[in-house]
Design a protein around this ligand. Structure first.
Ligand code: MRU
Length: 358
């Protein structure tokens, strides 16, 4: 991704430090947030300084590598096991988090059960975490190439939440085909759902599309049906945080509604995700854990005031109760196809990609 003409990744490891683009302050400021140890990195995942399935995964992999660095001065493998538990408990829905933590943990866990960590173990952890981040960028670029074949000139695409560069290491999932189509010379237009409560659409997707000079408008979450019914949407592309074996997909709260309305209006509904988002051990969407986040996210809204200060203002009566599920499940029957780095697959053919058949 290019920000002000400079190439960035969403998250990267520099020595023992995990660097990441600070997402809560976008679009008001562009800042790099640094995490000096695995606990700070785990907190950055929970607080959503970094967010989006792929970016969470890459960050979690780096956090395990950081824990391996820290462990030599503490109590070796016991320290690492504790750290792995802390990292696993940051955000429950994004499969990429578990995918990355397991991969880094698996390459080091057989080296011992306590005591001093050898240099070789640290090297292995860093190499695996870096490979996960690199693979994420390559897969997303490939999703872009494959997905762009579905996009015709003058296509009007609706997206929900942010599944762009900021949600991965680079390129993104749902937005990658749009970026590629634009580079291929196609004229594309994007309907951007605001995505309450944290406004990943109106803050992050809008910022990315502006940087990429792509035509778009932001709409409120409840306006998409209006535009679909008026034949002003040609396709929907969203990302996913976890895809079950039967093709059901978890994504940002509100996605399910878009899928139902798209089907009602004969509009193709695509989910774009790397295969690292597929949870082969999860039979169906009913088995995907759904994160419920703080009520503060619904009670208030964060923005920039006239003095350019970032502030929260509260928008409800005091003392009320709210519920804040962060994701919902779109059943496979509403999904036209899943755009992965290995091909564009119908949800009921997902098993063709299963690791058992690789
Ligand atoms: O709560 P978030 O912002 O991490 O949720 C992100 C989404 O729901 C994205 O659409 C999803 O991660 C798919 S793209 C990586």
């Amino acid at each position: 991704m290019l920000v002000n003409g400079k190439h960035y990744r969403t998250v990267w490891l520099e020595g023992h430090i995990v660097n990441m683009i600070n997402q809560p302050v976008i679009p008001h400021r562009f800042e790099i947030h640094q995490c000096m140890n695995y606990k700070e990195t785990a907190e950055a995942i929970s607080n959503m300084i970094v967010r989006g399935a792929g970016a969470i995964g890459a960050t979690a992999g780096f956090a395990v590598a950081q824990a391996v660095f820290e462990a030599s001065e503490n109590d070796g493998f016991t320290f690492i096991e504790n750290a792995v538990n802390v990292i696993r408990n940051t955000r429950p829905t994004a499969q990429n988090l578990f995918y990355a933590v397991n991969r880094v943990h698996n390459v080091i866990k057989d080296y011992g059960t306590g005591g001093v960590i050898q240099k070789e173990v640290r090297k292995k952890a860093v190499a695996e975490a870096s490979a996960i981040a690199d693979e994420d960028a390559v897969s997303c670029q490939r999703i872009g190439k494959l997905g762009a074949s579905l996009i015709e000139d003058r296509c009007r695409i609706l997206t929900h939440c942010n599944a762009g560069w900021l949600a991965f290491v680079d390129w993104g999932s749902a937005l990658s085909p749009i970026y590629t189509a634009k580079r291929e010379g196609k004229r594309v237009f994007v309907w951007v759902d605001e995505t309450r409560p944290r406004c990943q659409g109106s803050r992050l997707t809008a910022w990315e599309l502006k940087e990429e000079q792509i035509n778009f408008v932001v709409i409120t979450d409840n306006a998409s049906g209006f535009f679909m019914k008026r034949h002003e949407v040609d396709m929907v592309i969203v990302g996913s945080d976890r895809i079950a074996r039967n093709g059901d997909a978890a994504n940002k709260i509100g996605t399910y509604e878009k899928a139902v309305i798209a089907k009602e209006n004969d509009i193709p509904f695509y989910v774009a995700a790397p295969t690292s988002t597929i949870d082969w051990d999860c039979p169906s969407g009913d088995d995907i854990p759904i994160e419920e986040r703080s009520e503060q996210e619904v009670l208030g809204i964060v923005g920039r005031d006239e003095n350019d200060h970032i502030r929260t203002v509260y928008i409800t009566p005091k003392g009320i109760k709210v519920r804040n599920p962060a994701f919902d499940i779109t059943p496979a029957e509403y999904i036209t196809a899943i755009i992965t780095e290995k091909g564009i697959i119908k949800p009921d053919e997902l098993k063709k990609l299963s690791k058992d058949q690789d």
